[in-house]
Design a protein around this ligand. Structure first.
Ligand SMILES: Cc1cc2nc3c(=O)[nH]c(=O)nc-3n(C[C@H](O)[C@H](O)[C@H](O)COP(=O)(O)OP(=O)(O)OC[C@H]3O[C@@H](n4cnc5c(N)ncnc54)[C@H](O)[C@@H]3O)c2cc1C
Length: 181
């Protein structure tokens, strides 16, 4: 199952393995735990929510554990065979269902972005700077398609959401067309 198909379940799984401890894995892992499933969340990195603040990740880990989920970090999954998950050390976890909450990537491959000078990274995320400019100065990218990877103008930094544009009531007719309401 993925976060697209999980909603079609008509029976609650007794044992659920969630592959990936990102936001979606944690959110759905917690929901199924609280519904009464025996949940194991498996994360390859050494903590859950690696894109978030470590303190927030610790809180979520503690809460999941308190709810009764098993959280395995630093544990890459090497294969899924049927509904068994095979872990790095060869250990297997049997489950009734496996929820794959990892590996999503944008479907930008066949859009011809290279023909207009819009760069993507090796996973297909559109490269943007801190103002969401792509590498074509006339094209911007927003939303999940830009990922949170390094910006070309700020190596090592992630591209944050832009600060909201201030709308001033006295700005007159020349105020930014991006200001709504
Ligand atoms: C299970 C789940 C729970 C989530 N919960 C939260 C939450 O609580 N809070 C939160 O902030 N975020 C949450 N998110 C994340 C949030 O849904 C995304 O960050 C958000 O939807 C991104 O918006 P988007 O417009 O970039 O992409 P999308 O919402 O994916 O929209 C992209 C659209 O473009 C269309 N499209 C794709 N390719 C093409 C093409 N070639 N031509 C034309 N159209 C195309 C797609 O069909 C889609 O309609 C959740 C995501 C999931 C999966």
């Amino acid at each position: 199952m993925t976060s697209d198909t999980v909603w079609d379940l008509t029976q609650q799984p007794n044992r659920l393995v969630v592959l990936g401890g990102g936001t979606i894995g944690c959110e759905l892992g917690q929901a199924f735990t609280r519904l009464g499933s025996t949940v194991t969340v498996v994360e390859a990195l050494d903590r859950l929510l690696s894109n978030e603040d470590p303190d927030a990740a610790r809180l979520v880990t503690d809460e999941l554990t308190r709810d009764g989920a098993t959280v395995l970090t630093g544990t890459p999954v090497t294969a899924v065979e049927g509904t068994d998950s095979v872990l790095g050390g060869g250990q297997r976890i049997a489950a009734d269902r496996v929820l794959v909450a990892l590996g999503r990537r944008p479907d930008t491959r066949d859009l011809g972005l290279e023909t207009v000078g819009v760069d993507t990274d090796e996973r297909g995320f559109v490269t943007v700077d801190e103002h969401l400019h792509t590498t074509n100065p006339r094209i911007w990218a927003a939303g999940d398609v830009r990922g949170t990877r390094s910006s070309p103008t700020s190596p090592g930094c992630t591209a944050p959401l832009p600060r909201p544009t201030r709308c001033s009531a006295s700005a007159g007719p020349r105020r930014s067309p991006r200001c709504g309401g």
